[in-house]
Write a protein that binds this ligand. Structure first.
Ligand code: ADP
Ligand code: MG
Length: 891
């Protein structure tokens, strides 16, 4: 608040002290946008004044100067060239600032007196549509959250992407659902409205902190809970939509808080656009029950779209993303983060991949065409926003032509495939618009044409006439030149043109004497003198006039063409969405052939059967064919809990993750890295990775671990897939073991969901003895020439108890230490409470290393050690004992 007051104060000070008309304009702009840095257009610069100037000087490293220096109304000033402004604005936004653009509303050349100026646009991270600043392969969401007085009513969420004209809304049950959606969307900016803020400040602070953490580095702006436009006032009917990706919109309206959040987002964006209309062509309601829930820790631990390792591209998305267009890339990312649970919808996507797989040879051709599509979706939105330039029209033309070729190529497929791929009828391809654009535009229209034309002169009769005029003018100039040479007898005389001086006659110094006195001297240069004469001036005016008219005509034509495109924009938007879907299916088909993925059977059963499954990322790292594939067979009714043991580095975590990744891929409609797979729909993938395996997160406290475990137990249903990797590490052995046991038992007996539980607690391998639905598995290793060789094979049975010690032996720990370790192990086992938990039956232990006959020395050492009471041993005694043991070893 203090900052705001101060800014207002400054604006007032500027108004009174610098009462020039221009500074009054600035003061008005600042007063209307006290929370923004005002970029005030003065000629070719944007200038910042007062506190804004100081702020920009420090944030952007600009030189701080001042206006009206030395006078009483002196004010700090800093500026940036207008053509370079976007880079500076991007940096200010990245630091959480908002920028108000105050433009000159008329051409200074045509205005008498002061140029009118006003704020035309407020730029914020979530509402910026600049093509060069918005990441191509991700959506750019503005997120709005409304927390009602009674949170139990549901939290309202809206996601608005102005660059793609999309609005998604949701009403979420609790803050964890909210966090999941927000982290999935990774918004650029967050609006938070809290009803009744005063009475619930701690809760709100917690929520705000959580949001800040989920959307790291993103500004969270509080919206006062007053004067809220109602959902209807927002001018959007939320009951209509047709996109399959929006998980089915309800026809009977949208919940209240979701509507309010949408209204908030729209109102905020409209204010940024100074109430100008912007399109919303795709509306959707997000429903948690329509997608496979992937909790936040699972998404990061499974490295779906980002990686915690040194290589940020080491994520699943990077393996499967072979899309050729930005819209395709965005769609693929969204599908990966929100797989479906509806079998029919999943199969439709699989069918598309399959149709393209079977299309064989045309895939290459399709990919080439798709690469030509460009960002059709965003270009057409820019046209509607009035932000398109001639280069955008060029992109549009290329995209539409490519769309036609794609439809043509797909049209050669059999009827079933064409059906599956939902080929648009040719009338919907906007072929006539593409033809129109081809007829109109030059080869490469420029974003900001100065001297280069945008249109072919053959496009328009007026353009043709003007260009002929211009050309004939040039010809007449050539004729005039030779005429002047003849008249004056100066053979070296030249008629030339420069931007600065216009047309002139140049005569070398030695020929000066022959110049008629009626010519006017214009300029002296090294080689001679430059003159002008009435004949030349008239002709020059004619040529320049033609050029000026040409430019004006081009502007008119551009306006008309943009209008025509705008009238079809929504239609092109649909086409773009279809192309994105084709791109995604093609990418997945490409991955399937290149990496040997198969189509999984997806149904409503409760099975999870994977034959020779692989981990997409570890496989890529290992190299094709070097990865050891593994099976999994879980079924809710029969066996649904696997306790997986094995030494460090055996491959437990890899196995767990690959199973989850295969489920996610299957439900997003992709093929999977396996020989065969059968996935009964999973409603949630929940995972928890023990502290030691999650060091990158930097939060290895027991509290965090338990909070996440609790969330898993709360969130899991019998349809969930739970992945627990070394849970219980964050605390003392017995606490950890007891918790791990209780959690496993609960999942097995109460939740009864498909669960993979990797553990280093050997005691846990006794759990299956008392449960028919749990089984022990272990990741095998063997000894080879004194070294451990990890086979990475998941086989039935529990890993040997002495596994760790055996590995330590192979690692070169001395026999003395090892035997001490063995005896300690025996002691601990004697005390282990876990013993009592399991039935005393035959345990399924699988000895990894065939027991070798113990040598006498070690037997004796073992005896010594096992009888030893370490707590009572003095230093001297210990040394003596050590000497004795050493003697024993020497024999
Ligand atoms: P654990 O969790 O048992 O300690 P990890 O799953 O982290 O073991 O695996 C350790 C390393 O072993 C992996 O980084 C990978 O290089 C390799 N690895 C794991 N599983 C396989 C496999 N199935 N085939 C090939 N290499 C594997
Ligand atoms: Mg591990």
């Amino acid at each position: 608040m203090a900052a705001r007051k101060q800014e207002k104060g400054t604006a007032k000070a500027a108004a009174s002290a610098s009462a020039t008309p221009v500074m009054l304009q600035h003061a008005a702009a600042k007063a209307a946008h006290p929370d923004c840095i005002v970029f005030f257009r003065l000629g070719d610069f944007y200038e910042m004044f007062g506190d804004d100037a100081g702020l920009c000087a420090s944030e952007l490293g600009l030189t701080l100067t001042s206006r009206n220096k030395g006078k009483p109304d002196e004010i700090p000033m800093a500026g940036v060239p207008h053509h370079a402004a976007h880079g500076y604005i991007a940096r200010l936004l990245a630091r959480g600032h908002k920028v108000a653009i105050c433009e000159q509303l008329a051409d200074p050349a045509t205005v008498r007196g002061i140029v009118p100026r006003d704020v035309v646009r407020v730029i914020t991270p979530g509402t910026w549509t600049d093509a060069d600043q918005v990441g191509e392969r991700e959506n750019s969401w503005l997120c709005s959250v409304v927390v009602p007085q009674k949170v139990a009513d549901g939290i309202g969420l809206a996601l608005l992407d102005l660059t793609t004209a999309e609005l998604l809304v949701a009403q979420l049950a609790d803050s964890s659902e909210l966090m999941a959606e927000v982290s999935r969307a990774a918004p650029r900016e967050l609006l938070l409205e809290v009803e009744d803020e005063d009475t619930r400040s701690t809760e709100v602070e917690l929520l705000r902190a959580a949001l800040g953490e989920v959307a790291r580095g993103v500004p969270v702006r509080s919206v006062p809970s007053r004067g809220v436009p109602s959902g209807d006032e927002a001018g959007v009917d939320l009951s209509e939509s047709e996109s399959e990706d929006l998980a089915g919109l309800p026809r009977d309206g949208t919940p209240r808080w979701a509507r309010r959040a949408a209204a908030r987002a729209l109102a905020y964006a409209r204010a940024c656009y100074k109430e100008r209309e912007f399109p919303v062509w795709r509306l959707g309601q997000l429903r948690a029950s329509a997608v496979l829930g992937i909790d936040r820790s699972a998404a990061s631990h499974l490295e779906l779209v980002s990686s915690s390792s040194d290589d940020p591209s080491a994520c699943l998305l990077s393996v499967i993303d072979h899309t050729c267009s930005p819209a395709g890339a965005r769609l693929l990312r969204r599908r990966l983060l929100a797989p479906l649970v509806d079998v029919a919808a999943i199969r439709r996507r699989q069918d598309q991949v399959q149709a393209l797989l079977e299309a064989g040879s045309i895939r290459r051709e399709l990919r080439d065409h798709l690469a030509e599509v460009g960002d059709l979706e965003r270009v057409v939105v820019r046209v509607s926003l009035g932000e398109a330039n001639p280069r955008d029209l060029g992109i549009l033309r290329r995209g539409l032509l490519a769309a036609e070729r794609i439809a043509l190529a797909l049209g050669t497929l059999d009827a079933a495939s064409r059906d599956v791929l939902a080929l648009p009828p040719s009338s919907e391809l906007s072929a006539d618009l593409a033809e129109h654009l081809s007829r109109a535009l030059v080869e490469r229209p420029q974003a900001q044409p100065k001297d280069t034309p945008t249109f072919l002169s053959t496009y328009d009769a007026e353009l043709t006439r003007l260009s002929e005029l211009r050309n004939s003018g040039s010809e007449r100039m050539v004729a005039l030149e030779s005429d002047l040479r003849q008249r004056t007898g100066i053979a070296s005389l030249r008629v030339r043109f420069t931007r600065v001086f216009g047309w002139y006659v140049e005569v070398s110094r030695s020929q000066q004497g022959k110049v008629p006195t009626a010519w006017r001297r214009k300029q002296t240069v090294a080689g001679g003198e430059r003159f002008t004469l009435p004949e030349l001036d008239d002709l020059a005016a004619e040529i320049l006039g033609a050029e000026e008219q040409y430019r004006v005509r081009e502007q008119e034509l551009l306006g008309a063409l943009l209008l025509e495109v705008a009238s079809r924009a929504q239609h092109i938007h649909h086409l773009a969405a279809w192309l994105a879907g084709i791109d995604v299916a093609l990418s997945l088909a490409h991955v399937a052939t290149e990496l040997g993925y198969v189509r999984p059977v997806v149904d409503d059963s409760d099975e999870l059967v994977i034959q020779d499954g692989r981990h997409p990322l570890v496989e890529r790292r290992a190299g094709l064919g070097r990865f050891v594939p593994n099976d999994v067979t879980l079924s809710v009714r029969e066996q649904h809990l696997w306790i997986i043991s094995g030494p460090n580095m055996a491959g437990k975590s890899t196995f767990l993750r690959q199973v989850a990744l295969i489920v996610i891929l299957a439900q997003m409609g992709a093929y999977v890295p396996a020989a065969a797979a059968h996935v009964g729909i999973v409603d949630r993938v929940l995972s928890r990775v023990g502290a030691s395996d999650n060091l990158a997160g930097g939060e290895s406290t027991f509290m965090v671990e338990m909070r996440e475990t609790a969330a898993i137990l709360r969130g899991a249903t019998s349809r969930s897939l739970v992945i627990l990797d070394e849970v219980g590490r964050g605390t003392s052995t017995y606490d950890g073991l007891s918790i791990a046991w209780a959690v496993a038992e609960h999942l097995d007996q109460v939740v009864r969901c498909r669960t993979l539980f990797a553990t280093h607690y050997h005691e846990l391998t006794e759990l299956p003895q008392s449960s028919a639905t749990a089984a022990n598995m272990c990741v095998s290793a063997r000894e080879h020439e004194g070294a451990v060789v990890f086979l990475h094979r998941v086989v039935p049975g529990a890993a040997s108890r002495s596994y760790g010690i055996e590995v330590a032996r192979l690692a070169g720990l001395s026999e003395l230490v090892l035997s001490r370790a063995r005896s300690l192990l025996a002691t601990f086992e004697g005390r282990a409470p876990a013993r009592g938990l399991a039935s005393a039956g035959q345990s399924l232990q699988l000895d990894l290393f065939s027991p070798s006959a113990p040598d006498p020395a070690s037997t004796e050492l073992r005896t010594i050690l096992s009888e030893l009471d370490v707590d009572r041993l003095t230093g001297i005694e210990a040394l003596q004992l050590l000497a004795r043991m050493k003697g024993l070893l020497r024999g």
